[in-house]
Design a protein around this ligand. Structure first.
Ligand SMILES: Cc1ncc(C[n+]2csc(CCOP(=O)(O)OP(=O)(O)O)c2C)c(N)n1
Length: 380
């Protein structure tokens, strides 16, 4: 393992002090370092998605002639294909950017199903994009060499270059812990309350990360009625669009989306699609902890957005902000009435249950059961 400070020293010697991206648990220690040292010895911009991060680093280069670093999990690499090929590519504007890509699902390692395909194709995708890369080993001398090779490439060829980060490259960085928020409700309590008050006919589409795992655990410990959930374990930000697609085809079925604040921000445009097509049976609940908790609790930008105003301005029927469970209980009749689209933002404190379970069957089996429930159940 290497220390975050040693890694930063190498970057700094090469004038690399600008960072933007979306966090990954693969390098959560490194992100702690960045957050703690921003804005004193470096600058970090929390992006809404990886595509945007590439564009921000492009703007940084245009304005300063300096190279920005874009960090991401390899799941975000797919999102960057468009700006990499149509903005940064050497056949277009030739924009030098250093990418740090967390390698989930590396062949031969154990990882969750949503990481398998991207894990397999990460290096070949970079080859296809004609982006040179180096896999970083925990050896400071070799990292020094790789970074100088990258810098030479950025200077001479003026295109993107990638550093591939495997889990456990970075030593623990003991920072002052990432700041808590001041909210009262735990996600577990909010989920328990909602589940006890939604009707048994409602389906739930849950977002990537801990949220799906907590919902899974709720069902697993009680009725094992997983067939009423679609656990959107990958494809971060897409839960509300999946819900919209279902809600429009099944107008008599209440579709409830359990969303994260980071996920909702990642695909912010979906508010406009939901508002345009206005399914009355659509309820979106954002569990807002102002953080990407699933990858280590790094901040999202949700502290500076009013989701309720966004939803109302996008043509949702109603929107509610909840800070205590009593407020949530007042909204339940509204959810039941079914005059959507409705947005509910529940401000939740950080923290997760210990040893949270993960869906253990093949995702396709859950999907088949879910589709069967949607089709068979009382013509809904
Ligand atoms: C495109 C993409 N980028 C990054 C990730 C890694 N990732 C998984 S969960 C997560 C955080 C989700 O944050 P939020 O929606 O706020 O939910 P929370 O983790 O706080 O429950 C991230 C960044 C991913 N799965 N997909």
């Amino acid at each position: 393992m290497i220390s975050c400070q040693d890694f930063f020293n190498i970057l700094k010697e090469n004038n690399l002090t600008f960072f933007t991206g979306i966090p990954d648990s693969t390098f959560k220690e490194w992100i702690k370092f960045i957050l703690e040292n921003d804005p004193v010895s470096l600058q970090n911009i929390v992006a809404c998605n990886e595509c945007e991060a590439i564009a921000i680093a492009t703007g940084y280069y245009l304005a300063t002639k300096k190279f920005g670093i874009v960090y991401m999990q390899n799941s975000g690499l797919g999102k960057t294909v468009n700006p990499l090929t149509s903005l940064c590519d050497r056949e277009v504007y030739s924009i030098p950017i250093l990418m740090m890509i967390g390698w989930r699902g590396e062949p031969g390692t154990k990882d969750a199903p949503q990481h398998k395909k991207m894990g397999k194709i990460t290096l070949s995708l970079l080859d296809t994009l004609q982006i040179p890369y180096k896999i970083l080993d925990p050896d400071i001398l070799s990292i020094q060499e790789h970074v100088s090779e990258a810098i030479n490439y950025l200077k001479e060829k003026k295109g993107p270059f990638a550093l591939i980060i495997k889990p456990n490259l970075f030593q623990k960085y003991s920072s002052t812990e990432i700041s808590e928020n001041s909210y009262e409700i735990s996600r577990e309590d909010a989920i328990n309350f909602l589940m006890e008050n939604l009707t048994s006919e409602d389906v739930i589409i849950s977002s990537t990360g801990h949220l799906s795992r907590e919902l899974y655990e709720f069902r697993e410990e009680r009725e094992k009625d997983h067939y009423k959930s679609f656990y959107n374990i990958g494809s971060m930000g897409c839960a509300s669009s999946i819900g919209l697609g279902i809600a429009l085809q099944k107008p008599n079925r209440k579709v409830v989306v359990f969303d994260g604040d980071g996920a909702a921000i990642m695909q912010f445009g979906t508010f406009t699609t939901v508002g345009k097509y206005k399914p009355t049976n659509f309820v979106q609940i954002i569990f807002n902890n102002n953080a990407h908790e699933s990858t280590g609790g790094q901040p999202t930008n949700s502290d500076s957005v009013d989701f309720c105003k966004v939803a109302l301005a996008s043509n949702y029927k109603s929107a509610y902000l909840v800070n205590i469970l009593a407020e949530l209980s007042e909204i339940i009749p509204e959810i039941k009435k079914g005059e959507g689209p409705i947005l509910i933002v529940i401000n939740i404190k950080r923290g997760i249950k210990a040893n949270l379970k993960r869906p253990h069957r093949n995702p396709e089996e859950y999907k088949d059961d879910f589709m069967k429930f949607l089709t068979d159940n009382k013509e809904k």
